[in-house]
Structure formats: C-alpha cells, structure tokens
Design a protein around this ligand. Structure first.
Ligand code: SF4
Ligand code: FES
Length: 361
C-alpha cells in the first residue's frame, strides 16, 4: 500500500521559552537544552522531509527563537525548498533578528498574543513586559515584508475580549487571525478548570466571529472552530493520525502529533536512527491509529469515520485512559458527559493558574 506523504512537518526545535503559559500543549516533563538536536541534524531532517514530499515546515517549540541557531535553521529549511513558518511568542525578536530571518528565507510568521492589554496578557503568559515586546515584534515582521498571522489562544479568562483581539489583529497588520481555543492536554489539562469557557461566552464569541467575517471580508481571515468541550462531533485532530503531519520533538522523537508523548505504550522512532521516510512508511507508532482499521464502535460503523478519523487520540487517552477510544468530544462516545461535567466544575473554579516550568514541583 502506498502511503501519501505528510504535507507538514512540525519541528519543535526546543521546549525552552521565556513565557510560562498555563495552556501550553508541551508535555509536563519538558526537554532540557542539552538534549536538543543540533543544527546539522535538524538540517538533515529538513532535507529528508522535503525529499519525502513535505511542503510546509512549522518551526515551533517552546519558543523556537530561544535557539541561537534559529537563522541557520531557517536557512537550511529554505535551502531544502520548504515553505517555512515561524511560530513564535515574539518576545525575543528585535528588528535585526527579524531581518536576518527574512534574509535567510523565512516565509511567514505566526505570532501569539495572550490578551489585548499588558496586565491581563502578562498574568496569563507569566512574563512581565512581554506584551509590549510582542507588539514591537509584529511591527518588525510587517516592516520586513513578511506575512503575519496573529494567534490568540482563547479561554474563559480572555474570551470576552475577542472583539478587541480582532481590532488588535487589524491594527498590527495581520492578514489572518487564529482564534484558537485551548486544547486540553499537557499543561493545559492541569489548568482546565481555570481555562474552560462557559457556554454563554462561547455563543457570544461565535456571534462576534460571524459578524467580523462579514464586515472584514478581504481584509482579515479569521480561523475559528467550536472548542471540543462544547462540541457534538470531534475535529480531525492532525488531519488524522499519521496522515497529514509529522512532528519531531526537541530531542528528536518523531511523533504523529505534538502531544503524542503523553500516550503510554509507544516507542516513538528517533530521527537520529531512522530516516523520515522509513519512519513515515514503516513505523508501528505512525501506523497504529492510521486509517480506520483500528477503530472500535461507535466509530467503526459511523459515516464520519473518514471525516474526523475518530477525533483526537491524546484527548481520548486523557479522558478515558484508552487512546483507542472514540474521542469524548463526540456525542456518540459513552464518555461524552465527562466534558459537560468539566465545564460545570470549571464554572465554580477561582481561575488560579499552575504556570508552566521546566521542573514541575
Ligand atoms: Fe467521528 Fe467516531 Fe463520533 Fe463517528 S462516532 S462522529 S467517527 S468520533
Ligand atoms: Fe494527539 Fe490529537 S493531540 S492526536
């Protein structure tokens, strides 16, 4: 059987980050700098990705610019012929660094913001002074002629300011705004009660997006999907396990999704020991939940099984203890009520965060 190549490579080049966001999707056990792949190995991985058929590279983390060699990494990706997107918090980007990244061949920048003004944003991100630096970074990006997407991770503690987040995206010259609801694994799961939005907040946000999409047609594209905890059907996480995306962790583990190391019973391949092509085409880890043959009921006989691929394996494991279960975001899952209970419990939570840190106490 021929396996179509992945379209995207998500390279998590480091877990280091100056911010401490409580919704981070990185694993609770973070990889230290000494364990990260070196420049030459990443460059080889990028060449192997291009040879495999990957078109887009997402340089992510942690904060990818925490790596001193980020310009070299971008240059290596550009030489490999990959369309390269930098997913950044922006706080380490001054004008010279952005210009160097653009000259190295960077194609696109996706900049995260935590809120619309500094007090709230910096309480969420856990880094004093971060918000002003992000606004400056956005300016440097557009002045360098690079396309900018603003990524706003939304949750109960900032969702009411969605209209202002849309205004901010316009003011910063972004062509796209991703309104990204928190996904609950890694650090975010530990903070779920502090972050889950209410139904009323969600409905107001959906109405805001609907109106803005009409009013801003041709000026700003807004990406927005209903979050799992308020949905009836799951999303096709990663476009299906082992189907569209390969992730590589800072230490060089090839993963079918960036959160897959949270799943037990896997021996994820090491990019230092296997080529990306061998990993994609022959590894058991990528094959385990690929396609539909692994599915149990209700997915097995469902007419959406090749639409959402049974949802998210990491969420299924986090909520049911079985990575092969139907994602509880699906109303047909016997565990769907867990999500309603979590939303109800969250309404009574005082909103205190557990901040991300390298060694959790
Ligand atoms: Fe998707 Fe499975 Fe739910 Fe059907 S039963 S909608 S395939 S998650
Ligand atoms: Fe891992 Fe969805 S986050 S499969």
């Amino acid at each position: 059987m021929t396996i179509a190549p992945p379209l995207g490579l998500l390279a998590e080049v480091t877990h280091r980050c100056p911010l401490r966001c409580p919704y981070c999707s990185n694993p609770v056990e973070l990889t230290r700098a000494a364990q990260e792949l070196d420049t030459a190995t990443w460059a080889r991985v990028f060449r192997e990705a291009a040879a495999l058929g990957v078109l887009q590279l997402h340089l992510s983390g942690g904060e990818p610019t925490a790596r001193r060699d980020i310009v070299e990494l971008v240059a290596a990706a550009a030489q490999a012929g990959l369309y390269t997107n930098l997913i950044t918090a922006g706080v380490t980007l001054d004008a010279a660094r952005v210009a160097a990244l653009a000259a190295a061949g960077l194609d696109h920048v996706q900049l995260s913001v935590q809120d619309t003004e500094s007090t709230g944003a910096e309480r969420i991100g856990g880094m004093p002074g971060a918000h002003a630096r992000k606004l400056a970074a956005a300016r440097h990006v557009t002045e360098a002629g690079l396309p900018l997407t603003l990524n706003a991770v939304v949750h109960r503690q900032n969702l009411d300011r969605l209209p202002a987040l849309i205004d901010l995206a316009l003011a910063l010259g972004a062509g796209r705004l991703e309104v990204a609801h928190v996904q609950y694994y890694g650090w975010a799961l530990a903070n779920r009660a502090a972050l889950l939005p209410t139904r009323a907040q969600l409905d107001a946000a959906t109405a805001t997006v609907d109106a803005a999409r009409i009013a801003l047609k041709g000026r700003l594209v807004i990406d927005y999907v209903v979050p799992d905890y308020h949905a009836h059907r799951p999303k096709a996480c990663m476009g299906g396990w082992g189907s569209r995306v390969m992730a590589v962790s800072p230490a060089g583990r090839a993963l079918p999704c960036h959160a897959a190391e949270s799943l037990p019973g896997f021996d994820f391949p090491d990019v230092r020991a296997m080529s990306l092509r061998d990993i994609w085409e022959t590894s058991e880890a990528f094959a385990r939940y690929r396609g539909t043959a692994w599915m149990a009921e209700p997915c097995r006989s469902c007419d959406r099984r090749e639409v959402d691929w049974g949802g998210c394996r990491c969420q299924a494991f986090a909520l049911t203890g079985d990575a092969g279960a139907t994602d509880p975001a699906c109303a047909l899952s016997p565990h769907h009520a867990l999500l309603d209970l979590a939303v109800q419990d969250a309404a009574a939570d005082d909103g205190t965060f557990i901040y991300r840190e390298m060694a959790r106490g």
